[in-house]
Ligand binder design. Structure first.
Ligand code: CTP
Length: 420
């Protein structure tokens, strides 16, 4: 029997037979470490690659192998498992399994769970590149996607069969992120969000630059959270680490200087080439306010006197994006304000920046709370509303609160449009 519903996310992991089956062991651990309860269902061919005992020891739960041993002590009925699941993740999913999913076959316990569950289905194909590119497999994958199931796209690289091509199981991080999105709130589904993150670098000469302490973690957290909630996300980022932690769904644009960031942000927000104008733009980047008036082509050498560095002002990107009148602007603009004073001064400054930059929301934070940290505390300031204080929390939690606020305002805008 399965115990009472726990607060941990309940994942049923379906494992089919593939040379990638062993990777499902690591995947199960990855889910468990991130607050999930995992129950495993294996096809018979999967047991040729990994033993059920491995999964059983790891998940501390019996592994479901067939209909016929369901009455054995400790075993879980396939319907019970289907009802228990918050998500069914099939990883690796073989070509055979994918084909059978499309026709609704129920010959194995895994297929029966897939047929019976109402939970989102996440399919992570892994197979030989020719099997994957076969028109039948492609049709099958397209059919499953068309039914609203999530496909964690296989990666390209060296395959166990000796071929180089597409067919390698998606990374455990990608499968996890796709699963979280599939079971997420979907309150940003269909929305385009463009986020800037990290510092800019303003070159002085080929070896030196002006920059700041921004790590980009807040922007990365916002991008991950927006993706989880269903948005289509573009991240325009300065030189930062951690980009690899993002889902492959997130479009990335690497820039260096403020001028490059400005071009990228304006282009992405405006859309074009089949894309609509962005619904939301979040300037989480710490853009350098000044740049050297000229960039020296050669390294500046030490001389008899201390050199002076003439600076010119950079464009204020947020302000430029806000220049289009609020009445005819479609994109909601969100900025940050980094200050070093008291929280009262911070809120006052955030209100000033709200008006000066034509933003809809300014997230105020203090340099001492934000820089180089995995946590932050913020005051979310918007016109005609009391500032909302979010106490010191992980940047993931802060990102959630900021996006809650954005979703609320998007809903208000939609209801305003409907009543006019
Ligand atoms: N910002 C921008 N372009 C700039 C400078 C800042 O788009 N050249 C954006 C930041 O991304 C942030 C907001 O404006 O969303 C506020 O940035 P902040 O550094 O706090 O304020 P500044 O406008 O630079 O003003 P000050 O440095 O005087 O506080």
């Amino acid at each position: 029997m399965i115990g009472p519903k726990s607060r941990r996310t309940r994942i049923v992991l379906g494992v089919t037979g593939s040379i990638a089956s062993y990777k499902a062991v690591d995947l199960a651990r990855y889910f468990m470490k991130r607050g999930c309860d995992v129950r495993v269902v294996m096809t018979e061919s999967a047991t040729k690659f990994v033993t059920p005992l491995t999964f059983q020891s790891l998940t501390h739960s019996p592994v479901t192998l067939s209909f016929w041993n369901e009455t054995a002590a400790g075993n879980i009925g396939h319907i019970e498992l289907a009802d228990w699941a918050e998500a069914l993740v099939i990883a690796p999913a073989s070509a055979d399994c994918i084909a059978k999913l499309t026709i609704g076959a129920a010959e194995s316990a895994l297929l029966a769970v897939a047929l019976a569950t109402r939970a989102p289905l996440i399919i992570a194909p892994a197979m030989n590149t020719n099997m994957l590119s076969h028109p039948q497999t492609q049709d099958n994958i397209a059919a499953l996607r068309g039914r609203g199931h999530t496909i964690a796209e296989p990666e390209t690289g060296e395959l166990a069969c000796g071929w180089v091509g597409t067919g390698r199981l998606a990374s455990r991080r990608e499968i996890y992120l796709q699963t979280m999105r599939a079971i997420g709130p979907r309150d940003l589904l269909g929305k385009r969000i463009v986020i800037s993150a990290g510092p800019t670098r303003e070159m002085i000469d080929p070896v030196r630059y002006i920059s700041n302490r921004s790590s980009g973690k807040m922007g990365l957290a916002l991008a991950t959270e927006a993706h989880r909630r269903g948005a289509s996300v573009t991240l325009v980022h300065g030189p930062i680490v951690g980009i690899a932690s993002l889902s492959r769904d997130i479009r990335r644009m690497a820039v260096t200087s403020a001028a490059e960031m400005s071009d990228a942000m304006k282009g992405c927000v405006a859309g074009g080439r089949g894309e609509t104008e962005a619904d939301v733009a979040i300037m989480a980047a710490a853009v350098a306010d000044y740049r050297p008036a000229t960039i020296d082509a050669n390294k500046i050498k030490k001389g008899p006197s201390v050199p002076t560095l003439p600076l010119v002002e950079n464009e204020d990107i947020l302000k430029s994006l806000g220049q289009v009148g609020v009445a005819n602007r479609k994109t909601m603009l969100v900025g940050f304000a980094v200050e070093t004073g008291t929280h009262e001064q911070l809120v006052a400054e955030a209100k000033v920046k709200l008006g000066r930059k034509g933003a809809d929301i300014i997230v105020g934070n203090r340099a001492e709370d934000a820089f180089d940290k995995g946590t932050n505390q913020v005051w979310i300031v918007s016109a005609d509303e009391e500032p909302l204080h979010i106490e010191t929390s992980a940047k993931r939690v802060i990102a959630r609160a900021i996006l809650d606020k954005i979703v609320m305002r998007l809903r208000q805008l939609t209801s305003c449009e409907l009543t006019h």
